[in-house]
Structures are given as structure tokens and as C-alpha cells.
Design a protein around this ligand. Structure first.
Ligand SMILES: *[C@@H]1O[C@H](CO)[C@@H](O)[C@H](O)[C@H]1NC(C)=O
Ligand SMILES: *[C@@H]1O[C@H](CO)[C@@H](O)[C@H](O)[C@H]1NC(C)=O
Length: 410
């Protein structure tokens, strides 16, 4: 099953074998080109199924070379598969980053930002700044922090070239249950100091806002900065702080507009996750409600379909979620923390997929099964057709229905 769950679980300092360290020469720190605050819009490719991720092409270096990144609001560290040489790389050398003498020394403040709130272990200040990230699906990447230029065009047409720090990942691993993505790396869009967003803010390029519009037809766009936020129609709910993730709540879940008794939920918004995860109790309640409804329909269990844990078949294979939409109800997340009537609608097309054999499968998964414990994660599937805005300036998360196929101009 091609599902991703790139929510960051661990970030540690690792002792890297010397043979690898010696590949890098250490020097340099980050320079911050100051320019007027603008926004940057980048087209996305990818889909929920069959790919399981949305990705962006970003250029790095001078002369610039493009790399494909899986966009991830559930983690902070950006990394790219690195020709240093590489172990566990899933893309070939033409798509790997080749480090020059641009490793960040562990005495650099950006290395402390990477390891915050812990301190980097730094017996020799000139030693490279190592990182290791491990995601909830047990994928991991290990390597050294480097800096390089990221040429970007802002909405007002200016070209900026901030020097940003990212991981040069020369040791990746992916558990067999989750095949590695075809992307060269991960774009960390979280709110930590090491994230690409925080670095663009420090470099004076954009405000501390990131957002995306994931199209159900595939593709969409990603943006940095606040110029694209519609002035009306956006539903906003506070982001919980302190919290490492973009977490909202408390919320209750309604099924077909009616209370389910599921209350006090916190939800993490995570583009690194293909599907939506609920804690065991919430998952069980929702599955029961859906299954009760389906008794009165021609849909039958399709246990033989292993695309996702729960699939149903009809008399004939389905082509689109629209074929089965009438058999399913809308889930509503009702935010009960103060603001009036803030709701996130999750219609059937935002929690179902059609498998390769034409069955309909439930894109809501049991988070307890993958070690998320009590966390609930809103993944790509439930953010389709919405502009989702992570506003770290005002500590709030917003969403509004949008046409994600049209790249906005201003
Ligand atoms: C949603 O939550 C608000 C705030 O707690 C509450 O007033 C409202 O009745 C809820 N809506 C529904 C349909 O339960
Ligand atoms: C969810 O996963 C947990 C942990 O594996 C398991 O104990 C529980 O029974 C599962 N819940 C459902 C409804 O399948």
C-alpha cells in the first residue's frame, strides 16, 4: 500500500562514521538576503491514490538543479538524497544532490535550531552538523546539514536566492510496508526553526505563513507568505501551542450532521500523511457508523482487496468516488474551542478512494495501529479541494473551498 505517514516522531543527534564525515569539509554560515516580504507559489504534482503524496520541484544551487520533494507539514527538516555516496537512496545519481564544501559546522546556530530543544553534541565545533529523522511510518533519513542557494520567484516577479540549510541524506531506510516515495526528499514545512518556512521568514522573504491546495484530480499548489489568503470565507481555528505540530482542537465529530459522542479531539494537519488517522476509539465509532449505513446498500465487504484495511465492492467495479458517494455520509469536525461554528466538512470523496480493482476503500485509518497513540492526523485525503492555511503569525489554521487546479496569480 502506497501510503505515507511522514509525521516526525524523532529527531536525534547521531554519531556518524568518520569515513562519511570526512566526505564533507566544514565551513560557512547562513547569509540572509533582505528583500520586501512577498509570497511564493509553487505548482504541485501527485495525488492521494495511487501515489500517496504531493510533491514540489525546487531548484537548489548555482547553477541550479531541480529536486522533487514530498511536501510535509508534519515535520521540520528538509532533506534530499545525497550523493556522498548514498545508502538506501531510491533515486539515481542524476537526481541526487552532490555536496560541495557547504556543510554546516555543529557550532553554527542553525545546527542548534535543528536540534532544539536539545543541544547538539559538539565535541569539536568544526565537526559537521549531523541529523537523523525518523517518521511515524518508520522511514528515516540520516546525514549532514548543508547550506545552498534556493532560487525562487516571488509573486511580484522578484527573484530571491536565500541560502537555506537542509539535510544531505546519505542513509535512508524505508520499512517494507511503506515503499519509498519516488521523490528525492522531503520538504519540511513545520513550524520549527529549521523548517524551510522559518528559514524563509528569517531571510526576510515571506511572512510566517504556508498553505496548500491539493486537487482531487492530482496536482495543486503550495504557497509561502500571506498574500494569497482570501479576505472572506476562510474558517479559522487556533493552533495549539506549545506543540511541535500544526495541532488544532478541541473538536467533536459529527456524522451526517449528528453528534457521535466523540469529543475533545486534537487534530494534527499533516501533508506528509496520505490518509487520515483517528485514535482507536474514534476510528471504531466511525467505522461502526459507516458499516451500519452500508447494510442498506448493495455494497459488500471486499476482504480480498488489500489496498487499504477496509474495502467494499459493488455489483460492478466503480470508476470514481462519485459513483458511491450517495452510500456514504459526510463527517464534520466541529471545533468547539471558542469561535462560533467553525467546521471542517469531510465529505465521502475526502475519506474514500477507488482501488485499482474498482472497489471503494476507507481512507480513514486506525492511528493506534501505527503507533500514533491518541493523536489524530488529518492527511492529504481530507484536505483535497481546500486551500489550507497554516498561519504562524496569528497562530491559527484556516481552510476554504478552492479550485486547486488553477494556480493563483496574486
Ligand atoms: C458545534 O460546536 C459549537 C461550539 O461548541 C456548538 O455551539 C454547536 O452546537 C456545535 N454544532 C453542532 C451541529 O453540534
Ligand atoms: C486499533 O489499533 C489498536 C492497536 O493495534 C487495536 O488494539 C484496536 O483494536 C484497533 N481498533 C480497531 C477498531 O480496529
Amino acid at each position: 500500500m502506497n501510503s505515507r505517514l511522514s509525521l516526525l516522531l524523532f529527531l536525534f543527534l547521531v554519531i556518524v562514521p568518520l569515513s562519511r564525515s570526512s566526505i564533507f569539509k566544514t565551513f560557512s554560515s547562513i547569509t540572509s538576503p533582505k528583500s520586501p516580504l512577498s509570497s511564493i507559489v509553487l505548482p504541485l504534482s501527485g495525488n492521494v491514490f495511487p501515489l500517496g503524496y504531493y510533491s514540489v520541484l525546487l531548484k537548489i544551487g548555482n547553477p541550479p538543479k531541480a529536486f522533487q520533494f514530498d511536501i510535509d507539514t508534519g515535520s521540520d527538516v528538509t532533506w534530499v538524497q545525497c550523493n556522498a555516496p548514498c545508502s538506501g537512496c531510491t533515486v539515481g545519481p542524476p537526481f541526487q544532490y552532490t555536496p560541495k564544501a557547504n556543510t554546516v559546522p555543529c557550532s553554527d546556530p542553525i545546527c542548534s535550531a535543528l536540534h532544539w530543544p536539545n543541544k547538539p553534541q559538539c565535541p569539536n565545533p568544526k565537526e559537521q552538523c549531523d541529523y537523523e529523522v525518523e517518521y511515524a511510518d518508520q522511514g528515516s533519513s540520516m546525514g549532514a546539514l548543508v547550506t545552498d542557494q534556493f532560487p525562487l520567484t516571488t509573486l511580484n516577479g522578484a527573484i530571491v536566492q536565500p541560502r537555506l540549510a537542509f539535510g544531505c541524506g546519505y542513509d535512508q531506510s524505508f520499512p517494507s510496508a511503506h515503499p519509498p516515495p519516488a521523490t528525492a526528499g522531503v520538504l519540511g514545512l513545520g513550524k520549527g526553526k529549521i523548517s524551510i518556512l522559518s528559514q524563509l521568514v528569517s531571510a526576510g522573504v515571506t511572512r510566517n505563513v504556508v498553505g496548500h491546495c491539493l486537487s482531487s484530480k492530482g496536482g495543486g499548489y503550495l504557497f509561502f507568505g500571506d498574500n494569497l489568503i482570501p479576505s472572506t470565507g476562510v474558517a479559522w481555528t487556533p493552533l495549539l501551542s506549545p506543540d511541535n505540530h500544526y495541532t488544532t482542537g478541541a473538536a467533536e465529530i459529527l456524522f451526517n450532521g449528528k453528534p457521535t459522542g466523540l469529543k475533545g479531539l486534537k487534530l494534527i494537519f499533516d501533508t506528509g500523511s496520505s490518509y487520515t488517522y483517528f485514535n482507536s476509539k474514534t476510528y471504531q465509532t466511525i467505522v461502526k457508523l459507516i458499516e451500519t449505513d452500508l447494510k442498506a446498500t448493495p455494497l459488500k465487504d471486499a476482504k480480498e482487496d488489500k489496498t487499504l484495511p477496509i474495502c467494499w465492492k459493488g455489483a460492478k467495479p466503480f470508476k470514481s468516488v462519485l459513483d458511491v458517494k450517495t452510500y456514504f455520509k459526510t463527517l464534520t469536525i466541529n471545533f468547539t474551542n471558542g469561535r462560533k461554528n467553525t467546521q471542517l466538512q469531510i465529505p465521502p470523496e475526502s475519506y474514500l478512494i477507488i482501488s485499482n480493482t474498482g472497489n471503494v476503500c476507507l481512507g480513514l485509518l486506525n492511528g493506534s495501529e501505527v503507533g500514533l497513540q491518541d493523536s489524530n492526523v488529518i492527511g492529504d485525503i481530507s484536505m483535497q479541494g481546500l486551500m489550507v492555511i497554516y498561519d504562524n503569525e496569528k497562530q491559527q489554521l484556516g481552510w476554504v473551498t478552492a479550485d486547486c487546479n488553477k494556480l493563483p496569480r496574486s
